[in-house]
Design a protein around this ligand. Structure first.
Ligand SMILES: [Mg+2]
Length: 278
């Protein structure tokens, strides 16, 4: 059933790899698609790396992709803000990958250093800030919480944008807090709702991939391991969704869904997809 598609969109973690190890069938399936002239894209909500770092990571796994076929929530957030308000000043909660993507489109990061916990919280020029941007931040600390909350509470004009809303991030040892955890804390403290979440399930990333491929949604398919992002996003965007059970979602989770919410296709891993293709 997969041969009919022209554009293949893949989530990274839990579909192609888990940390630095490829998942069963992933590399072979991508090689097969490349050989058949299919277009391949990676759509990842992971905002901690730049696209170049993802390209390198994929290369080390044995997957070669052009840079514009790698779409990350950090990159799209940078492009979104650049379009909406070029050269604006941004307070960032996030890791180096996000900061580099924002800087590379000409945005001014007001806290472009590792903020220590004991810094004077109000020792920052707040007036010029136009955005608070959050992504997963493994150095999230009291100073960052206090500053971001201060900005959101005291500067109504400041827009609150997030790269992605995933509450958790899968590692080999287990789940750790993801970008959604940072949003939840700031929403609770500031009594403001995040104005926009750029990553999946929002349609932006899917639409961008189809646009770059010069393809159509009807002949595009998304492979993902997370229902609430990968699958819901594909369903909303009008793209065929394929749940891959090699990541966070289990068959048990699926029992809780009503039919139209679920994926169009379910496979155990990408080795299954190869079998179907032949
Ligand atoms: Mg995933």
């Amino acid at each position: 059933m997969f041969e009919i598609f022209e554009t293949f969109l893949f989530d990274g973690d839990g579909v192609l790899y888990k940390e630095d190890s490829p998942l069963p069938g992933a590399i072979e399936f991508l090689q097969l698609l490349a050989k058949r002239g299919k277009q391949i894209f990676i759509l990842t909500n992971n905002s901690t790396k730049t696209r170049e770092e993802f390209q390198e990571k994929l290369k080390n796994l044995g997957i070669t992709l052009p840079i514009d076929h790698i779409l990350t929530s950090a990159y799209l957030t940078a492009k979104y803000i650049e379009k909406e308000s070029p050269n604006s000043s941004v307070y960032v909660i996030g890791e180096q990958g996000l900061k580099q993507e924002l800087t590379s489109v000409g945005l001014n990061i007001v806290n472009n250093w590792e903020e220590e916990n004991d810094e004077d919280i109000f020792n920052l020029g707040f007036d010029e800030i136009e955005y608070v941007v959050t992504g997963m931040d493994r150095s999230f600390n009291y100073t960052k919480i206090a500053r971001a909350t201060h900005i959101l509470v005291n500067y109504e004009k400041v827009k609150f944008i997030a790269t992605n809303g995933d509450f958790t991030f899968p590692t080999v040892q287990g789940l750790i807090p993801g970008g959604g955890a940072m949003i939840a804390i700031l929403e609770a403290l500031s009594d403001r709702k995040v104005a926009g979440i750029i990553g999946k399930p929002a349609p932006l990333m899917y639409e961008k991939a189809v646009e770059i491929a010069k393809s159509k949604k009807e002949v595009s398919i998304m492979f993902g391991d997370r229902i609430e992002t990968d699958i819901y996003g594909a369903n909303d965007a009008g793209i065929t969704s394929c749940l891959v059970l090699s990541g966070v979602t289990t068959m048990n989770d699926l029992g809780k869904l009503v039919n139209e919410e679920g994926p169009d296709i379910i496979i155990n891993n990408l080795a299954d997809a190869i079998e179907d293709f032949n």
